[in-house]
Structure formats: C-alpha cells, structure tokens
Write a protein that binds this ligand. Sequence first.
Ligand code: CA
Length: 507
Amino acid sequence: MRWTWALLLTLAVAPRADAQFRTRARSSPRPNIIFIFTDDHAVNAISAYGGRYNQTPHLDRIAREGMLFKSAFVTNAICGPSRATVLTGQFGHLNGVPTNNDSLHPTTLTFPKLLRAAGYQTGLIGKWHLWTRPEGFDHFEILRDQGTYYNPLFYRPTDTVTVEGYTTDIITDRALAWIEQRDTQKPFLLMFQHKAPHRPWDPGPNHLDQDRQRYFPEAYSLFDDYATRGRPAREQEMMIGRHLNDRDLKFTPPPELSPTQLERWNRTYDPLNAAFRDSALTDSALVRWKFQRYLGDYLRTVQSVDDNVGRLLNYLDDTGLAQNTIVIYSSDQGFFLGEHGWFDKRFMYEESMRTPLMIRWPGVVQPGTVSDDLVQNLDYAETMLEMAGVGVPAAMQGRSLVPLLRGQRPADWRNALYYQYYEYPGWHMVRRHYGVRTNRFKLIHFYEIDEWELYDLNRDPHELNNVYALPDYKRTVYSMKRRLTQLREQYKVPAVDAVPYAPREGR
Ligand code: CA
C-alpha cells in the first residue's frame, strides 16, 4: 500500500518523467526523525567543531552520541535554495529555486510528501521561506518570510497566530506540543527549523547580558586586502566595516518589542551604546568595535538555539522517545564571522559553503564518530528516505548518507562537490559563480566576468592566496576544469544561466 501511494505520488508530481525508485528493505519499527535546521549557523560557532568562541554543550551532545560530519557543504549558500535542495534532493536549476526570489512549486516532489505517503506523521515548525504554502505536512506553523526574533507570527494550515516571547523558545514550545499530540502508533518526521542565528541577531532575554565584557578574538582575515583575488571579493557589499546597519548594530531596537521587552532591551543596550558614542572610534578601531558587537550578538542567538536543543533532547529522554528517534542537526549554510572582513554568506569560500551536520541514531551510529567524507545538503532527502525505509526517486541527485552512518563507506563515494550561486545583481552584490571542491582544491569561476580562482586548501585553508595563474598549478587547473565539466554534465546544469539578470527583490 505504501509503495502504491508513493509511486502514484511520484508519477503525479515528479518534476521529470524519468523518476523511478531504487528499492531497499525496511527495518522495523521505523524510527522517528527530528530534523533540526538553523539559519546561517557557522561551524566556527559550535564547540564540537572546535569553534573558539562559544560553548554549545547540547549541540555537542548530538555529536558525542552520534556522528559529526567535518566536510558537509551546501550546493548554494543562501536560505531558500538550500531549503529547496534539502526537500527535493536536487540542485536549484532543477527544483525551481535557484535564488531566494523563487518559490517552491506546491506540486514539487519532496521527501516529506514521500514519508507522509509511507505512513509517517509530518510536522513543520519554524522558518520556511519558500513562499508557497507547505505541502506534504499534516501540520505546519511557519514564520512569515524571515520571521522576527520576538513575538513571532505563525501561519498555520487554517489560521495565523501571534505568540509573545522569544522566537527560538516559542518554536521549541510548539514543536514539543506537536510531538505531544501525535498518534503514538505511527512514526513521525518533525522539521524543527529556527530563525536563529540569522540577521539581525537579536539576543533572547536570557542572554542579553552574556559576555558583555568579553573580548572575542578577531577573525584571522578581518582586514583582508584581497591581494591575489579579483573583483568579486573586492566589490561585494557585506563588510563588517561598511555594510552593517543600525538594526544590526543594535543602535535601534527590534520594532516588534512590547513595552516590557523594550524596557529590558534598553537596559542592556542604552549604556553600551552611550559608551560607544562617547568613544568616537574611527577607522580600524571602529571596525574592531563593530566586529565585537556583531559577533557577540550572533553568539548570543546561538546560545538560545543550544538551550532549546537541550530542551528537546531532555524531552526525548524523559518520554522514552530518544531510543527510536533520529536527531539530525544542520544549518541552511555557514556564515562569515569576520573572515575576509565579512558577515553573510553566498560565496563558495569555506566559511559559507561549509555547514554543520551531526546525526544521532541510537543503535546504528557508533557514538562519537567523525566522518570526513564530502557530503552535501543534496543528500539529506535521500538519507531521511532511507532511514525510513522508503525508496529514493531516481530524480533525486544526491546520495543517502546511511552507509556512512553505519560505518560502511562505499568505495565509490564522491570525491568532488559542485556549487552554484545565482543571485546577482541582488543583496550584498556577490557575483554569480560556480565551482568544484575536492578534498585538496577549490576552483571557482565567476562566469559573468570570466574570472577564475583556485585555492590549495592544504596549504591555504583560509583561501587568501588565489593560485589560479601560477605555473605550478597549471596541471591542477586543467584537471579541476575537467572535473567541473563532468559535474555540470552529471547534475544536468544548463549551459545558459536560467536566472534572468534584471535586478530583483530579495535578501
Ligand atoms: Ca540562511
């Protein structure tokens, strides 16, 4: 019966006619799956990844009791496209969401639809950001657009509701309430998707005063001069020194605060802002101050995520659900925490292309294991389908991580990743580019302006030295270009860019 439904669904809504199923035997009982997804969470802000800024004990627990993926990356480091890739297992040029301006078509084949057809209860709580009404969910409560950090408004299947409080806490309240009301005879998928730590990094009431006297070590390339690199790195608009606005820097409070919340907020920021104005900082001292303000608030929002992941893990322990519930933690992409002088993401450089991925699966994943294999958000749909014993449509372009999770690395696991970013002109003015990353090298082509960059990641892990034009790397450039061509063919990337060049709204 399950198969029939899944097959009918695929035939009805598959983006292409060649969708078929690869079969796999299913184990029993089927596990619950909780997919925790944050927005813009850099691995450098998770202590399990060796981040030097903060302690995230609850996130670290997922790694300690499961597997941490050191080399997890995205196909396109921007919110909507990453979310669409997670749902569809396809690159943006096929799933219809290559930029944040594109909406996910309601008939698109997604893994929650397949899990639901296979008997899973499916819930989506938190950020959606794909514009159209979510399909494939028994229940959803989604933030409007990007959402706000305080007093969020949720769209639900038949109404809207505004809840007073801090959004990271509230999303957790509502996610736990959804688990509570489920049919305990059926397995469930919960997509538990936070707004945090997305811009404008408004800390929660529990963390407003955290680490206010602390000095955060500066990013190694806060004052990058972009020597060896071309126009894209120089012309972007995401500099900590120049492009953070008054909301980002907390010179103005969140507009949605209640009088009580505003009073509490001002008690923290008013004296700090007054001291800043008195100091009359300029030039590099001003950039340094902005870095401290930006990074501190970013980390404070992460701390609320960690608190709430702890609440969820404790709930699973207390209810006995932990044993048969897979917990996945990831983000829609990474973030620059001052590297190259930047905030934001978009570039194929490591800090934004890399994303956290930690998976706890009791009885299957050996606790405390680490994978260094190249994996991508392209693989998440296939992975969750296989976890549930549901066949993976051939139209999906990634590969299930279940063999890696079982400690059985396939000999033919991928050795290169494809990436493409399309949103130019647009927010932060990062040029369109595509590229290939292997374990050792990264080749990037800014194709509108035909500029190339090559990084030797072993010698230059921070990507400060573009070696594309150096004679020593001539053979590497040749082989990486061949690999790039192969990947573009493999993933069916059209030769002509499908995204129009007219300026569009977005973020
Ligand atoms: Ca994001």
